[in-house]
Design a protein around this ligand. Structure first.
Ligand code: ZN
Length: 137
């Protein structure tokens, strides 16, 4: 079983996506500790499905494994171990490696990595950033 951060096209498709995952593998379960954000709708689901399986479900933009251990290869294809790119508030943005760190970071506004008081707006690329942003920001 792997935990995935699953980025959705909208918060409204959440239940359909969870049902589709459960249809593919009954016993998959959601970590529903985090309320779903309308701005960056993301759900966390533990399932044995592959990310290709999950990304084939309508309403899913991307599925990124949240690995418990080190050393899994990065999805950029470098073969290097991945680690999480987090912003200045420790919010998960992407899985990266030494090969794609600079390229991935360049897709974000630089201040989110240095200023914990940055403001969230639509400039954050919704295709790439699956971070959960509190409505308080
Ligand atoms: Zn990489």
């Amino acid at each position: 079983m792997l935990e995935y951060a699953i980025s959705l096209t909208s918060a409204a498709v959440k239940n359909d996506v969870l049902k589709a995952i459960d249809d593919k593998y009954p016993g998959s379960y959601e970590d529903d500790e985090y309320p779903i954000s309308n701005k960056q709708p993301t759900i966390w689901v533990t399932t044995p499905l592959s990310y290709e399986d999950i990304e084939s479900i309508p309403g899913v933009k991307s599925a990124n494994p949240v690995y418990k251990g080190e050393g899994k290869p990065c999805r950029c294809g470098s073969g290097l171990p991945n680690y999480s790119l987090e912003d200045a508030n420790g919010i998960f943005c992407a899985r990266i490696c030494d090969n794609c760190e600079a390229e991935t970071k360049a897709k974000y506004r630089p201040e989110i990595f240095t200023d914990p008081n940055y403001t969230v707006d639509e400039e954050v690329d919704p295709e790439e950033c699956i971070a959960y942003h509190d409505e308080d920001y």
